[in-house]
Design a protein around this ligand. Structure first.
Ligand code: SAH
Ligand code: SF4
Length: 382
């Protein structure tokens, strides 16, 4: 159940046992390992100079070794509905975005909100607002989906585990005492399973009992359907990580047109992988379905989708397409969205429509900007 992790790429992403090995080489006592790890992950302190209970020489060595914040929050944009978008600048100047979504304010936060049985113990004092954070896993994306600006722009580079987890560390800082980070969704820029080693390490860090201690049941990973990655995720984390899958079409020809990955992993194979995912009892897989005018939004598509999903524990999340300038594909009519939803309901499928929120700060799906590139393109997030 424990994932086999490849070697850490940066100091920030070291696990306690890796800190121990490194610090041993530096001649430091064993207990320093947990001290450093807790500074980073519990207290969110990434600057060695601020790790005040470490000896000066060790602080200097950590700084020389490159321990520093991998992500700088360049700007925070706040929407009228409480959604906040963080522009995260990486070390090489590239930017990715992350979104803080208060539960209740946005449909997506409720859809992916952890279930009641996962609640932490009794809360002390006044209840704090629960917030779900949507994070990115790559700069751009290699999957080439025709409705998605990051797909059209292509992959700029992979993110390190340190950069991925640092979005959460910075998100918690932005929230401060006022709110509680109750869940994380990997639905920002990028295909998380195409950066599996870094994502698996970031999940391990996020969940670590000496760190942020987030239950993996409060984490949802969204994938375009990389079947081997789904299997690996299920194996490595025992099905604890919530799975959302971008299905977007009930038949191979339409899906291949929208998502080139369907050539490699056609629907039948993908659906078999969903069936095999080792979900804990009472949990369901989220099927994401972006509705695109005239392509996949007719009642017969809805009926065919129900056929495909028969017998699997799923809920369907309909996302009316957010048009992007690079793609000729367009948003469905309100009538088509309602009709699609109705057909699914009639077949006994649980279905939600992800309403467009955070629009005024361009934080809805299809609206996150890929900064630091020549062309200003827009991309999506959950
Ligand atoms: N790469 C992963 C995770 C991020 S995308 C994936 O594809 O699943 C989060 C969701 O937004 C996906 O379901 C994706 O298909 C959808 N999406 C992307 N671009 C969109 C757009 N322009 N309008 C609506 N949904 C979009
Ligand atoms: Fe990549 Fe997901 Fe966009 Fe497809 S929808 S291009 S997989 S980010």
């Amino acid at each position: 159940m424990k994932p086999e992790l490849s070697a850490p790429q940066t100091l920030v992403e070291h696990l306690p046992e890796e800190w121990e090995a490194l610090l041993r080489q530096w001649g430091e006592p064993r207990f320093r390992a947990l001290q450093v790890f807790r500074w980073i992950h519990q207290r969110g302190v990434l600057d060695p100079e601020q790790m005040t209970d470490l000896p000066k020489a060790l602080r200097a060595r950590l700084a020389e070794g490159g321990l520093a914040a991998p992500v700088e929050v360049a700007r925070v944009l706040e929407s009228g509905d409480g959604t906040r978008k963080l522009l995260c600048r990486l070390g090489d100047g590239r930017e990715v975005e992350s979104v803080l979504i208060p539960r209740g304010a946005v449909a997506a936060a409720d859809i992916y909100a952890p279930q009641q049985d996962d609640e932490d113990g009794p809360q002390q004092g006044a209840p704090r607002a629960a917030v779900t954070q949507c994070i990115s896993s790559q700069v751009g994306c290699a999957m080439g989906c025709s409705f998605c600006a990051s797909g059209i722009a292509g992959l700029k580079r992979q993110m390190t585990a340190g950069e991925i987890i640092a979005q959460v560390i910075e998100g918690r800082r932005v929230l401060g005492e006022a709110a509680r980070l109750s869940g994380v969704v990997l639905m920002g820029m990028g295909e998380p399973l195409h950066n599996y080693p870094a994502v698996a390490r970031a999940l391990t860090l996020l969940n670590h009992p000496e760190g942020i201690r987030m239950s993996l049941r409060r984490v949802t990973l969204s994938t375009s359907g990389l079947v081997d990655g789904i299997e690996r995720l299920g194996r490595d984390f025992g099905g604890q990580v919530g799975l959302a899958v971008s299905v977007h079409a009930p038949a191979d020809p339409i899906r291949t047109r929208l998502m080139p990955v369907n050539r490699r992993h056609p629907l039948q194979e993908l659906i078999a992988a969903l069936r095999a995912y080792p979900l804990p009892p009472h949990r369901r897989i989220t099927v994401e379905y972006t509705l695109i005018a005239g392509i996949n939004d007719a009642p017969e598509h809805a009926r065919a989708l129900c056929e495909r999903l028969r017998g699997i524990a799923v809920k369907v999340n309909l996302i009316p397409m957010n048009p992007v300038p690079e793609s000729p594909l367009g948003a469905p009519s309100d009538g088509a969205v309602e009709g699609f939803q109705r057909t699914l309901r009639q077949h006994g499928v649980d279905v939600f429509v992800r309403r467009r929120k955070g629009d005024d700060i361009a934080a809805a799906c299809g609206q996150l900007a890929l900064h630091g590139e020549k062309a200003k393109v827009r991309t999506h997030t959950g």
